[in-house]
Design a protein around this ligand. Sequence first.
Ligand code: ADP
Ligand code: MG
Length: 243
Amino acid sequence: RPESGALIQAIGITKLFGSFKANDSVDLTIRPGEIHALLGENGAGKSTLVKILYGSLQPSEGEIRWKGQPVRIASPSAARKLGIGMVFQHFSLFDALTVTENIALALSDRSNRTALAKEIEKVSLEYGLPLNPASRIVDLSVGERQRVEIVRCLLQNPELLIMDEPTSVLTPQEADDLFQTLDRLTARGCAVLYISHRLEEVKQICHHATILRLGKVVAECDPQQETASQLASLMVGADVHVL
Ligand code: ADP
Ligand code: MG
């Protein structure tokens, strides 16, 4: 099953919590430049799977391949070194500090604040993520805080960016801005693993979808070829032929 041209592959990933299987022989293949949706109801195992890909959990069984090579992603810093970034649902930013100060804390290799502020400006312009590096986090909207998180990831040149429910905290306008940023990223070959419950937006922006139910992959599809209600019935497992 290893596939040439894949950026990252999860092969037969099982994750046990005690005797409970949160992931059950999951296969997932992500190709460069695609936005790959990971769908499933609450408890389906999506966050568990992305934590394994980001090195914050270890699988009980199975293999991860990065560009065809088996790898052990022992920690989030190992994931970042490979080229995997993750934007969290709940941002861990220090309110009293500035954008630059927060990013400097997260990226221990950026000791020159002036150079870092310039880099932040460059990346935010390049990817359509307007930010003032000198702003304090406390003065930023939720959408702007998410931009700080995304910029922090992009400064490490990820080839895979994982986003867990990124639009759940955004206004419709902020969500549209995020989709433009994702377009720019994927145009440069970066892949995105995109968790969302919003099936209309998945249909709008994702090129491929893997659907989990009770820890297992139950379907893979091109979400643009499915209706939102077909996607929803794959998630809940209703054998519904939508009328
Ligand atoms: P999703 O992100 O799709 O909502 P999760 O991956 O968070 O699903 O969780 C899948 C299942 O695994 C849930 O039933 C959850 O309660 C369980 N689970 C997740 N993390 C743990 C843990 N650390 N210990 C025990 N059970 C867990
Ligand atoms: Mg989750």
